[in-house]
Design a protein around this ligand. Structure first.
Ligand code: C2E
Ligand code: CA
Ligand code: CA
Length: 841
């Protein structure tokens, strides 16, 4: 694959054609001037004058500034001023000969390559020819140039424009850049410089007419003007280069490796005007080579070991600042050798440094994403059978029930429980039991079809989500069909085992969503077992709980209005010291007849009932009142409040929070908002706005039940979270389930990478506390330390002793341990307002 849209051979051919055209035109001009010169009388004075002016043209051509474009240099010089003087002082044919001869001499001194040489001479011949033609339109005296200033200006301007029009396409072609860009680059400076040169030429002519001796001063003027121009050009190039460098490094500040590398190639080519740029990454597991130009990528694959020509390539190793680790190599390739200026070399080093950092960031991001992806899979799949698990089932069921998101037809949930599975386990051992479960999983999956989701709920319980059924009756039919696949005996170590199961079916939609649907399917399944049938459909008549639930729903508005909801507080503690660092507020319904009602049984109804804002407000009010009371006793623990994902859709939430904070005279950082991941909600822009406003207030945002919902990492990139709570299910299982331990470990790693406080939920045993601490977790919450308690009990705890509140003995003898980094030990340091994070460290 080539790196240019046209091959170098093609370019060369086009260049030769263009230069040939210009040269032939110049040849014609020269031939006619030679004839004209030969016909006119020749004097010694004319020859001397011509010689002198030829030398002038040559010197003026040599006084030049170079601008590098890729490996081509464009020169800006004084020749046109000298040519104008010659055109005024000499007869037309002699002036043209003088211009051509002066250019020949200058380019010979420069030892210019043949093609460039021919082009330069031809171009000068043509532009001078044009100038003398225009001057010939005047009265022809030429002795007083100032009298015919307008004509002089037209002649000079025409020559200047002709020069530009001849040079631009050739340079553009030679450097493979756009002619328009070439024409516009520094155009203003070039025009100003041309005007200055014209003025100098006019001045020289005037001096010559009046006081020839003063001509001595002209070179000094030219030199100082020339140096000024060169300085301006350089300063501007420098400013532009720094600006471009800043833009280029900014653009690399992204986390996707591909974007980093492609941006580096494009911007590197632009910044250093290179014909081609290569970036090779040699990090383990990420080896790749990207090659391309300022506008396109021509190669992106494993490094191809193509030979590098050190003569035409600037090679910069990409090495980490801190550890000196070699990340890869940056190569700028030119068509012919180029010496980079000191400034360019400096810019190149800065660019390489930024690229190195960007590559490393992208690598860590990719690793993190990979990690999160793997644990995402583990968190939503059953390890034994490879089936999806309950979490996946919940998310998919909610999706299917949500008509707004395309749920068509009937959604049904089937719960299936193996009969006498315990006997298999007891008689033949767990190995045999596992084989049976795997076989059942395979048969169900094969029979269920694409529209269905087969999951294992745990033990010998499976659930199948049936989506888009044309009619509810088909759910029962499907259930029968699935059960029939178990009629064939299962082969366990050569022994045929007969497996049977009972199933219950419930169809949606129903008030209460997934949880309710699952409960109904479960009730139906027990109904089937009780009556000895293989399949039963849910019948409300058999469900006593359902009626009670309706009553609960009906009582909600009154409960909210009467503030029957109260809060209990559960401390969150520093795992090392056993001291609280904050407390979570948990809602309870103090029901007049039923006593305390569990939050999970009424939260769903509240969310759907339109009472959510009033409920959230009541919770915030009570939680902050609690926090204000323990503050009075000298404990600056923030209070954590659970916020339903739906509340984030409410624009008024930040105002609500502000008002409640003000009511209790508390700063924003006295409040932690615990959010559960919800993929529907986190996708909406309004949520981003609300979250940003809450973060602005100084409230800390914690991601609750982390790892149980949708892609955790994508949520983290959008939510300004400072804390992450590991779901209780992982903590409960981590000691005997390796996958749960892996999830805990990965969450802690994620927390460390992103500098988040990680709190483990549901710590019930001392062994769990130790294991968590060993894994690097610093904070925990659970019955081991304290159960949720009324505010009075919290206050009593604080006032019980003089010393710090301690809910468990310290892990280490405080006197024997040197407390190392603040990050590992949250402690109970007073929290300055403005800082967020309940760890104060
Ligand atoms: P969550 O935010 O994950 O709260 C932790 C739950 O785990 C609480 O259950 C708590 O009592 C329980 N827990 C704490 N330590 C242990 C332990 O060591 N072992 C066991 N087995 N459980 C422990 P709770 O109070 O029943 O709350 C259930 C869920 O209800 C909460 O889960 C939260 O998602 C929601 N919730 C509670 N209060 C509110 C509220 O005011 N607003 C909203 N939107 N949701 C709330
Ligand atoms: Ca919570
Ligand atoms: Ca939680």
């Amino acid at each position: 694959m080539t790196d240019q849209s046209t091959t170098p051979q093609q370019t060369d051919r086009q260049l030769r054609l263009l230069v040939g055209l210009v040269a032939s035109t110049a040849g014609l001009v020269l031939a006619s001037t030679v004839v004209a010169a030969a016909l006119a009388p020749v004097t010694v004075d004319l020859i001397l004058r011509t010689l002198a002016l030829t030398v002038l043209v040559a010197i003026a051509s040599l006084t030049q500034v170079f601008i590098r474009i890729r490996s081509t240099h464009q020169a800006v010089h004084w020749a046109d001023a000298a040519v104008l003087v010659a055109a005024v002082l000499l007869p037309a044919p002699w002036a043209v000969l003088c211009a051509a001869a002066g250019t020949v001499a200058a380019k010979a001194v420069n030892r210019m390559a043949p093609m460039k040489f021919v082009f330069a001479v031809a171009k000068q011949t043509i532009t001078c020819g044009l100038a003398v033609l225009i001057l010939g339109l005047g009265d022809g005296s030429g002795t007083d140039p100032l009298a015919d200033l307008g004509l002089l200006a037209v002649a000079f301007g025409t020559a200047f424009l002709a020069d530009e029009l001849l040079v631009t396409p050739v340079i553009a072609l030679a450097t493979q850049t756009s002619a328009r860009d070439r024409f516009l680059a520094h155009f203003d400076l070039r025009v100003v410089a041309a005007v200055v040169r014209f003025a100098v030429a006019v001045l020289a002519l005037a001096v010559l007419a009046e006081e020839a001796e003063l001509l001595i001063a002209i070179p000094a003027i030219v030199l100082s003007l020339h140096l000024t121009y060169r300085g301006k050009l350089r300063a501007r190039a420098e400013r532009l280069a720094w600006q471009q460098l800043a833009e280029a490094t900014d653009a690399m500040n992204v986390v996707q490796m591909e974007t980093v590398l492609h941006t580096a190639v494009h911007n590197g080519a632009r910044l250093f005007s290179a014909d081609r740029v290569e970036v090779e990454v040699s990090l383990e597991g990420a080896q790749q080579l990207v090659r391309g130009t300022h506008s396109q990528i021509t190669f992106h694959d494993a490094p191809d070991q193509a030979a590098v020509n050190p003569q035409t390539t600037a090679i910069v190793p990409l090495v980490g600042d801190n550890d000196g680790e070699r990340v890869g190599e940056l190569r700028l390739c030119f068509r012919s050798p180029v010496a980079l200026s000191e400034r360019e070399q400096f810019t190149l080093r800065a660019f390489a440094g930024a690229l190195c950092t960007a590559i490393r960031n992208a690598t860590s991001y990719a690793q993190l994403e990979d990690l999160a992806g793997r644990h995402q899979h583990e968190a939503t799949h059953d390890l034994l059978t490879g089936l999806a698990n309950r979490r996946r089932l919940q998310l998919d069921t909610e999706d299917a029930l949500d008509r707004k998101r395309g749920g068509r037809g009937v959604t049904a949930l089937l719960v299936l429980d193996l009969n006498h599975f315990k006997d298999v386990n007891d008689a033949l051992g767990h190995g045999a039991g596992d084989q049976v479960l795997i076989a059942v999983a395979q048969r169900l999956s094969a029979a269920a079809g694409d529209e269905a989701l087969v999951t294992r709920l745990g033990g010998d319980e499976f659930a199948v989500l049936l989506r888009n059924l044309p009619a509810p009756a088909l759910a029962l039919y499907q259930a029968e069909h699935l059960l029939s696949t178990l009629h064939e005996p299962v082969d366990v170590d050569g022994m045929p085992l007969v497996v049977s199961a009972s199933a219950g079916v419930a169809t949606g939609p129903c008030e209460g969503g997934f949880v309710e649907l699952l409960r109904r399917a479960d009730i139906a399944m027990y109904q089937a077992k009780r009556t000895g049938r293989s399949v039963a459909a849910y019948a409300p008549d058999n469900d006593t709980a359902d009626r009670a639930r309706l009553v609960v729903g009906g009582m909600l508005p009154r409960a909210v209005a009467e503030k029957e909801f109260i809060l209990q507080f559960q401390p969150i503690v520093d795992l090392a010291s056993g001291e609280p660092i904050s407390a979570e507020a948990l809602a309870r319904w103090q029901h007049p007849d039923k006593g305390m009602v569990d939050p999970r049984s009424f939260l769903g109804s509240i969310e759907r009932s339109g009472l959510l804002t009033a409920f959230t407000d009541a919770v915030l009010d009570q939680a902050l009142a609690g926090a204000a009371r323990w503050r009075e006793l000298g404990c600056r623990w923030p209070v954590a409040v659970n916020i339903s994902p739906r509340s984030l859709l409410d624009r008024r939430l930040p105002a609500l929070v502000t008002r409640r904070l003000d009511d209790h005279g508390l700063p924003g950082d006295a409040l932690v908002l615990e959010l559960t991941e919800s993929h529907t909600v986190s996708q909406l822009d309004i949520v981003d706005k609300v979250l940003a406003e809450l973060a602005e207030l100084g409230c800390m945002i914690a991601l609750d039940d982390f790892g149980t919902g949708y892609s955790s990492l994508s949520v983290l990139s959008r939510v300004p979270a400072k804390e992450l709570k590991i779901d209780r299910s992982f903590v409960t299982q981590m000691e005997n389930t390796p996958s749960a331990a892996a999830v805990v470990r990965s969450h802690l790693e994620l927390g460390r990478h992103l500098d988040l406080l990680v709190v483990a939920e549901g710590v019930e045993r001392d062994s769990q506390r130790h294991m968590l601490w060993d894994l690097g977790c610093t904070a925990g919450q659970g019955h081991l330390f304290a159960k949720p308690m009324p505010i009075e009990e919290v206050l009593a705890l604080i006032t019980a002793d003089d010393g710090p509140v301690r809910l468990a003995p310290p892990l280490h003898d405080p006197a024997a341990v040197v407390r190392m980094p603040a990050k590992r030990s949250p402690g109970r340091a007073p929290r300055a307002s403005g800082t967020t994070g309940s760890n104060g460290g």
